[in-house]
Design a protein around this ligand. Structure first.
Ligand SMILES: [Zn+2]
Length: 404
């Protein structure tokens, strides 16, 4: 065995014991991740050799009794931030459960620290319970959220830099045929209809809790109108709606809109499509199609789970487990992405990757290590309270890591 291999074997034993102690059972993926930070040279030896060493250590740790693990673990020291680390267990995830997650950004600019929180939590859970982490670009609104071509690439680069293990990248604008298929199915089963009421009428009916005449028209009539949405109806003349509950206490839940017409060219698909799904429809269909069993999102999305429950019900699907988390805001000056955009346009920042910008690219330029951002985010946990970024704390974690 080479010196590096000895070091790896020792680190593998230590982290396998710790992992078994913390979670009842050690996992190869988790231990591997730790090895890379503890023994930087691990990257230089072949993966099969590395995995062989880790496999052995994990097997040994898992064969020990709780008492034996406790006595063994006492021989090692763990840095303070190491002990803080780790997300809570998922009560619904049993032994051998794979957790599949997705991070779903708009391709509208660089990743901010706020976005990176959700991405890191998703990636972390998909590593903790080995499953897949997907990136899914939400780009089905070419009008009010016009996608920026460069952003598709930049966001993936930022995520990779943060150490996210991306299984696949999806773009919703390339999945319209899938959405259309389900829309057709929902109309055919009487769960959805095409509404040609004016915007004002729709708003009034929603407020009053009254279903419009379109709601009761025949399935064939709705199928014809659905077809016409793609061809002859003009923008604003028709929308496809899901039948939910016109008496629901929250008016926005009442027969929410699944699709609308947008006559604006899309940077990826040009003018090939004009009927675009809204967020809740596309997200729910994709979560099911991609076998996502854990959705992590900002708590401002709470009502969306309620809306999506009707779609899942209509299709006879099980809704994924959801954790709604508080947001990390960069600072009072940069609470929103639009604040950063404004600062750039006014010249206060040189760009999205200005070291003063609260973006992942800005932090990178400032010399913050990706592991420091990960640790900070994980320590901030999965609670619902919003918080401001504690830059002193992030820098302290960063200094700590640089010493290693
Ligand atoms: Zn109507």
């Amino acid at each position: 065995m080479s010196e590096t291999e000895d070091k790896i074997a020792e680190a593998a034993k230590k982290f396998a014991l710790k992992n078994a102690f913390d979670y009842g059972k050690a996992q190869v993926g988790t231990v591997l991740n730790k090895i890379f930070s503890e023994v930087p040279k691990a990257k230089e030896i072949g993966f099969p050799v590395l995995k062989g060493i880790v496999d052995k250590a994990v097997k040994e740790a898992n064969s020990l009794s709780r008492e034996a693990i406790e006595s063994e673990i006492g021989k090692y020291t763990f840095p303070e931030h190491e002990q803080r680390e780790g997300l809570p267990e998922l009560a619904w995830a049993g032994e051998g459960t794979s957790v599949n997650t997705r991070f779903a950004p708009n391709p509208s600019g660089y990743l901010t620290i706020g976005h990176s929180k959700v991405a890191i939590l998703c990636d972390e859970y998909s590593k903790k319970y080995p499953g897949k982490f997907f990136v899914r670009f939400e780009d089905t609104d070419p009008k009010t959220k016009e996608p920026i071509l460069e952003a598709y690439k930049l966001i993936v680069e930022d995520l990779e830099w943060l150490g996210c293990n991306i299984a696949k990248v999806f773009k919703q604008s390339e999945r319209l045929e899938i959405y259309y298929r389900y829309a057709q199915k929902l109309i055919e089963s009487g769960h959805a209809y095409v509404c040609t009421c004016s915007k004002e009428e729709m708003q009034n009916n929603r407020r009053e809790g009254i279903g419009c005449a379109c709601r009761d028209s025949s399935i064939q009539d709705n199928l014809d109108k659905w077809e016409k949405m793609g061809t002859s109806f003009k923008e604003g003349e028709a929308v496809a709606r899901l039948k939910t509950d016109m008496q629901h206490p929250n008016p926005s839940v009442r027969d929410w809109i699944m699709f609308r017409i947008i006559d604006k060219s899309h940077p990826l698909t040009g003018s090939r499509y004009r009927v675009w799904p809204l967020y809740n429809f596309a997200a729910a269909i994709d979560d099911h199609e991609m076998d996502i069993n854990l959705v992590i999102r900002g708590k401002e999305h709470e009502i969306n789970s309620v809306k999506q429950a009707y779609l899942y019900g209509a299709l006879g699907w099980k809704q994924p487990n959801t954790i709604e988390v508080g947001i990390i805001k960069a600072s009072k000056d940069f609470a929103h992405k639009s604040d950063i955009r404004k600062a750039i346009s006014e010249g206060a920042l040189s760009g999205w990757d200005d070291p003063r910008a609260p973006t992942v690219a800005g932090f990178r330029k400032r010399g913050i290590l990706p592991m420091a951002i990960r640790e900070y985010v994980i320590a901030s946990g999965i609670g619902k309270n919003d918080s401001y970024l504690d830059i002193k704390k992030l820098e302290a974690i960063n200094r700590d890591l640089q010493k290693k």
